[in-house]
Design a protein around this ligand. Structure first.
Ligand code: FES
Length: 295
């Protein structure tokens, strides 16, 4: 028996299919055959789009768990497998909790496969700003190191920019706006740390972009703000910050959609997702402030 049950918040109901011997293939190929919307991209264990959680139902059988180096590495990069799990899989044939659907073969056992669906990017492509259009045409990022160098530059400058604005606003006595910029600087610092951690020991300095390659000569998340304007209202600051975060989102989103390298697409998707969360936070604050101002 090989009943495979698929479950996801993007599906109305769980779906169980019977994978016939000889036609089993990978979890992804079974999913495709039954139109189950597991996201995928490279189909080669590199991009991580097809991440699934696999529960082995009523089966004491231990098959050899064929974790390829590629799958291990991608799961590691996604923080979805531990050293202990790898050892357990290799020594005790204990399957790890998460797998890549394009790499994991369906065996003669019942399994429950759950996946989140692609929540990293909005279903509808956002309208591209002119600046993002220029990134699209003018900046080519060919390697992961180059991508990380760009991300480090973008986030470092955004953090410094927001910190400078926070200090300036504090000096002018506009503490509320200063706190807001402090928070945004914190978000950028977290992003920066993430990019630095991913770069690990690789020296990405040679790939750091120069200022002149950016539209308007500033990195995307630096907003066109007006340091030192003490009259800047909280709502005005929020709107300007939103513009900057949107540009950051568009920068990563564009790469996530167009880079020929699946690893770059995956990382860009993750960064785009975080930028989108910041955009949503700012939109929420703006809506709330606008409503309060109207009341
Ligand atoms: S589709 Fe499975 S790792 Fe890319």
């Amino acid at each position: 028996m090989a009943n495979v049950t698929f479950s996801s918040p993007v599906m109305a109901n769980d779906v169980t299919v019977y994978a016939i011997a000889g036609h089993r293939g990978t979890i992804l190929s079974v999913a495709k055959a039954y139109k189950i919307p597991i996201p995928f991209d490279c189909c080669d264990g590199e991009c991580g789009s097809c991440l699934v959680e696999v529960k082995h139902l009523n089966s004491p059988i231990r098959y050899g768990v064929n974790l390829t180096e590629k799958e291990k590495e991608t799961l590691r990069q996604l923080s979805k497998i531990t050293k202990e799990e790898i050892e357990d899989a290799e020594v005790n044939s204990m399957p790890p909790r998460y797998r890549l659907a394009c790499q994991c073969f369906v065996r003669d056992e019942d399994i429950f496969v759950s996946f989140e669906g692609d929540q990293t990017l909005p279903a509808k492509r956002p309208a591209m700003s002119i600046a993002a259009g220029i990134f699209a045409g003018g900046i080519e990022i060919g390697t992961v190191e180059e991508f990380l160098a760009f991300a480090i530059k973008v986030e470092d400058e955004a953090a410094k920019h927001f910190e400078a604005l926070a200090a300036e606003m504090g000096r002018c006595g506009n503490q509320e706006v200063a706190d807001l910029f402090g928070k945004l600087a914190g978000y950028s610092r977290l992003h920066l740390e993430e990019a630095q951690t991913r770069a690990g020991d690789s020296d990405v300095t040679p790939f750091m972009p120069e200022e002149h390659i950016w539209p308007d000569l500033v990195t995307p998340e630096q907003t066109a703000l007006w340091a030192g304007d003490p009259s800047l209202s909280r709502l005005g600051a929020l709107k300007a910050a939103l513009e900057g975060e949107r540009l950051g989102f568009e920068f990563y989103h564009h790469l996530a959609e167009t880079s020929p390298d699946p690893k770059i697409r995956r990382m860009a998707k993750e960064f785009a997702k975080e930028e989108r969360e910041h955009v949503e936070i700012l939109e929420h604050w703006i809506e709330r402030d606008a409503t309060m101002a109207e009341a």
